[in-house]
Design a protein around this ligand. Structure first.
Ligand SMILES: Nc1ncnc2c1ncn2[C@@H]1O[C@H](COP(=O)(O)OP(=O)(O)O)[C@@H](O)[C@H]1O
Ligand SMILES: [Mg+2]
Length: 215
């Protein structure tokens, strides 16, 4: 991740550039789970499918690119829906340019380690739950949610890091990933004295409202 001085045409002084490392070095965490159903709606290209199956260079390059494109589209969708995510600016090859959170001296810290009072932590936690709800309304489960993927700046939280996000309509593991997202978010807040939700119950209730209701 790089903080860059922006071209005046972008209308902001600083932008964040998330540079994806080539496939050889980036470990695609349990890629299969997250890819499931990803290409729904897109016409599968037989040549690409064969290449993916064979783990050829062409197949790997296609996967790498799909992963980045998916994060860009997810950021666009969620930002447009009013979620607390960085405003995406542009994707250029392996780079996503997005709103930079922080100032010229300091990037915003990740939430882990930020000393919050119980009241402030409660407010931030509620806002995160609202975001999880908004994500589902946009057919997304973050799938790597934790205080390590939340930035804290000027009293507000920004949720980042979406390449592995899944669409609950098409991904069989989405409910479990949603439970895990809530479970991974809770301990940080519980330690600050926040009254946290039961992950499975909250996930089921969100599921009934957003996924079953649309079924
Ligand atoms: N929009 C942003 N503004 C400022 N810092 C950011 C921004 N996005 C990410 N970062 C920083 O870069 C780190 C890595 O970004 P992230 O999207 O979580 O990728 P990954 O965890 O896959 O490396 C974050 O932990 C955070 O410190
Ligand atoms: Mg991250």
């Amino acid at each position: 991740m790089y903080c860059c001085r922006a071209h005046p045409s972008l209308g902001r002084e600083l932008v964040a550039a998330k540079v994806y490392r080539p496939l050889e070095t980036r470990s695609f965490k349990r890629d299969g789970v997250y890819q499931q159903g990803r290409d729904r709606g897109a016409r599968p290209d037989a040549r690409v499918l064969r290449a993916l199956g064979k783990k050829t260079q062409h197949g790997r390059a296609h996967k790498f690119s799909a992963w980045i494109g998916h994060e860009m589209r997810t950021l666009e969708k969620l930002h447009a829906a009013g979620c607390d995510v960085p405003c995406p600016i542009e994707r250029v090859g392996p780079v996503i340019l997005m709103e930079y959170v922080g100032d010229a001296e300091h990037p915003a810290p990740v939430l882990v380690g930020v000393p919050l009072s119980t009241d402030e932590a409660t407010r931030v936690y509620q806002r995160i739950l609202e975001n999880v709800d908004l994500f589902l309304a946009q057919h997304r489960v973050h799938a790597d949610l934790s205080p390590y993927n939340m930035l804290f700046w000027n009293g507000a939280v920004t949720i980042i890091d979406f390449p592995q996000a899944v669409d609950p309509r098409y991904n069989n593991d989405a409910l479990e990933l949603l439970v895990r997202d809530l479970a991974n978010t809770n301990p940080f807040f519980a330690a600050l004295g926040v009254d946290v939700v039961a992950p499975r119950e909250r996930a089921m209730s969100l599921w009934r409202r957003h996924v079953d209701a649309e079924g």
